[in-house]
Design a protein around this ligand. Structure first.
Ligand code: SI3
Length: 320
């Protein structure tokens, strides 16, 4: 049984996997990245090797090394390091789960297998249960992201008496816009024993109203400070300020959505804002264009998410 330790809450950055220009993992910047998250963005928990971390584009050996580096660099600095260990192969997923336990991660998360898919909730739960059993001392989170996995089983169905089947089950990362489904997860969780983490950054305020206990997302890498201001306003019931913060975040996300936004763009924006080189994405993803970068940079500046003095080696001048 997982120790009933600290609950995963607040903002959790879905970390990027930094790469060199040759597409190898750039472990050398992870220590600096941890400091940046904690000191500049006020974000103290991370979700490693997920969508933003290109976890499913990495080899198993790379995933193990990345997980290890984050745990090592985050020691005594981060509150929680959760490792995504989902894979198409149950055996690989179990191997990664065991490894996460060995290196001292704080939790594991798993997405639904997305090629040969589970046909119903019981089949999905059985798969998750087998992975969770490989790390019986680690809190387990289900990573619900139906738009990417194509597995449309509703999260609220899955939650129903799940701890009877997966004793280490500790919560959900809900990356979907279906607030009816999310609301029903909260409604079923009246004892508040689970962490219900929302994963659509541009809609977080609505999910907070609905009862989200925290959030996992890509934009907390570089908009963590702003989003924390929204959380603080929400906590003190200053809904008007909270809404202003959310609208400001939406203005940026809506702007980049129109230009085409995904993991590649996240890597580039983070490079720009933090000054830490995140490198290119792994194929088939492609580096965003110079035009995208110029437009994103101007927007970040106009919304006060970036000042000219912030631009270090992330500057557009070094963009090729
Ligand atoms: C589809 C996707 O990548 N969603 C992001 C969001 O943070 C997303 O980038 C943001 O809401 C902007 O749309 C996260 O839910 C993904 C995530 O947390 C992860 O990388 O594991």
């Amino acid at each position: 049984m997982a120790s009933p330790k600290k609950k995963l809450q607040g903002l959790v950055a879905a970390t990027i996997t930094p790469m060199t220009e040759h597409g190898e993992i750039n472990f050398s910047v992870i220590g600096r990245y941890v400091d940046y998250l904690v000191e500049e963005q006020g974000v103290k928990s991370i979700f490693v090797n997920g969508t933003t971390g290109e976890g499913l584009s990495l080899s198993i050996s790379e995933r193990r090394q990345v997980a290890e580096e984050w745990v090592t660099q985050g020691r005594n600095k981060l509150d929680q390091v959760v490792i995504h260990v989902g894979a198409l192969s149950l055996k690989e997923s179990q191997e990664l789960a065991r490894h996460a336990a060995e290196i001292g991660a704080d939790g594991i998360a798993v997405i639904a297998p997305f090629f040969l898919k589970p046909g119903n909730k019981d089949v999905l739960i059985n798969f998750l249960k087998e992975v969770a059993a490989a790390a019986p001392a680690l809190p387990f989170y289900y990573y619900h992201i139906p738009a990417l996995t194509g597995v449309k089983i509703r999260a609220e169905e899955l939650l129903d008496r799940i701890q009877e089947k997966i004793p280490t089950f500790q919560g959900l990362k809900f990356s979907d816009t279906d607030l009816l489904d999310f609301g029903q997860c909260v409604d079923q969780n009246r004892q508040r024993q689970f962490a219900l983490l929302f994963g659509v950054d541009e809609q977080l305020l609505s999910a907070l109203v609905m009862g989200a206990t925290g959030a996992v997302g890509s934009t907390y890498n570089y908009l963590g400070k702003k989003t924390n201001q929204m959380l603080e306003a929400f906590e003190r019931k200053d809904f008007s300020s909270a809404l202003n913060h959310q609208f400001c975040i939406q203005r940026f996300i809506n702007f980049v959505f129109k230009l085409g936004f995904g993991v590649s763009q996240t890597k580039a924006i983070m490079t720009l804002v933090s000054g830490i080189p995140m490198g290119p994405p792994r194929p088939p993803l492609q580096k965003p264009s110079r035009e995208f970068m110029a437009a994103a940079e101007a927007k970040l500046k106009s919304l006060d998410f970036l000042s000219s003095t912030d631009l270090k080696d992330g500057s557009l001048d070094s963009w090729s």
